[in-house]
Design a protein around this ligand. Structure first.
Ligand code: AMP
Length: 193
């Protein structure tokens, strides 16, 4: 299994660069945000719970999020060659759970692609995206809450993965193609692929 975590603040380009990574490395994509939005659209019980957190800019509780991810890994044969984890982990607890889940499969997180973008640029991008996406969380008030949550709960993962030796800092500004070139070069240097 070859596993990549794509990491960064809301609006840093995780979804866009995941698309590039999927086609280049042939990996299975798990976007926890998309899984939750799909459940909201279908009106499932999980969707109803998730909606209250998402539209308030908060994270879904760890236990629930970890069990959702475990369920996907257990029931998706296409994930056996490797996964791009997009939007997971978002807390140190989730990172520990991911480490265990992968270890059970004789695997690990091979690289963490950290897209680094200034706060002003993030806000601009998210407001623009909100005009097109119709996402309930892409409005200024919720964007500010999400960035706060990112700084307090998710950013500590940068140090966590730095210590593990897997964090690859990538400047997340410029053209989509240019950023992807930097990502590929960093993965090649770290993992030889
Ligand atoms: P995203 O599409 O990755 O920006 O996620 C949208 C929203 O879904 C987040 O703001 C959270 O409310 C929720 N979410 C997605 N992934 C996670 C996660 N790993 N842990 C907790 N909440 C999450």
């Amino acid at each position: 299994m070859f596993n990549i975590v794509i990491f960064g603040a809301p609006g840093s380009g995780k979804g866009t660069q995941s698309e590039n990574l999927i086609s280049h490395y042939g990996l299975f994509h798990i976007s926890t945000g998309e899984v939750l939005r799909d459940n909201i659209a279908r009106g499932t019980e999980l969707g109803k719970i998730a909606d209250t957190y998402i539209s308030d800019g908060k994270l879904i509780p760890d236990d629930l999020m970890i069990s959702i991810l475990a369920d996907i890994l257990d029931n998706t044969p296409e994930a056996k060659n490797g996964v791009i984890f997009d939007g997971f982990p978002r807390t140190i607890n989730q990172a520990g759970a991911l480490k265990e889940m992968l270890a059970e499969r004789g695997a690990r997180v091979d690289a963490v692609v950290g897209l680094e973008v200034d706060e002003d640029e993030l806000i601009d991008r998210l407001i623009k995206r909100g005009k097109e996406s119709g996402r309930s969380d892409d409005n200024l008030e919720t964007i500010k809450k999400r960035l706060k949550v990112y700084h307090s709960q998710t950013q500590p993962l940068r140090d966590y993965y730095m210590k593990e030796g897997t964090y690859l800092p990538i400047k997340g500004v410029g053209t989509v193609e240019g950023i992807f070139e930097s990502i590929k070069a960093a993965i090649k240097e770290k993992c030889g692929k």
